[in-house]
Design a protein around this ligand. Structure first.
Ligand code: RB5
Length: 145
């Protein structure tokens, strides 16, 4: 699995924590920034990552901003993206099992680094269940087409 990861200025610390989780799990990833002290615009990071996942260049994406909300709204504008905004371990697992989410969004001003690491770990290792959930995901894909 190949993961694209990015954050705005509000998500740098958690982005770095998640990269260390992916190192531990030996998951291959590419970091798309930001390398910034100053304020940047989250769509400039969310949209390129979402496009890389939608095109198949990357299998999954992880986006972090202050709340995770801006990143998730922007990423979900890209056809084929199912970005889940997650701040607890239960929905981290279930959004993979039921929604086959291909991008995870989190907010650094919402949760601490320990919980963010656990959420990322669960989301990265959990598989889609398929079956009845596949029919539901297909309805979203059909609507997009
Ligand atoms: C930046 O101040 C902040 O608005 C951004 O990180 C994010 O929370 C947007 O949804």
């Amino acid at each position: 699995m190949k993961v694209a990861i990015a954050s705005d200025h509000g998500g740098i610390h958690i982005r770095k924590e998640i990269m260390s989780v992916m190192d531990e799990l030996q998951i291959s990833y590419e970091d798309f920034g930001c390398e910034c002290d100053t304020s940047v615009d989250y769509p400039d990071y969310a949209l390129p990552v979402a496009e890389k996942v939608a095109s198949g260049e990357f299998d999954r994406g992880i986006l972090v901003c202050g709340t995770g909300i801006g990143m998730s709204i922007a990423a979900n504008k890209v056809k084929g993206i199912r970005c889940a905004l997650v701040h607890d371990m239960f929905t981290a697992k279930v959004t993979r099992e039921h929604n086959d989410s291909n991008i995870l969004a989190m907010g650094e001003r919402v949760i601490g680094p320990g919980l963010a690491r656990e959420i990322a770990r669960i989301w990265l290792v959990t598989e889609f269940e398929g079956g009845r959930h596949e029919n539901r995901v297909n309805k979203i894909t059909d609507y997009e087409a």
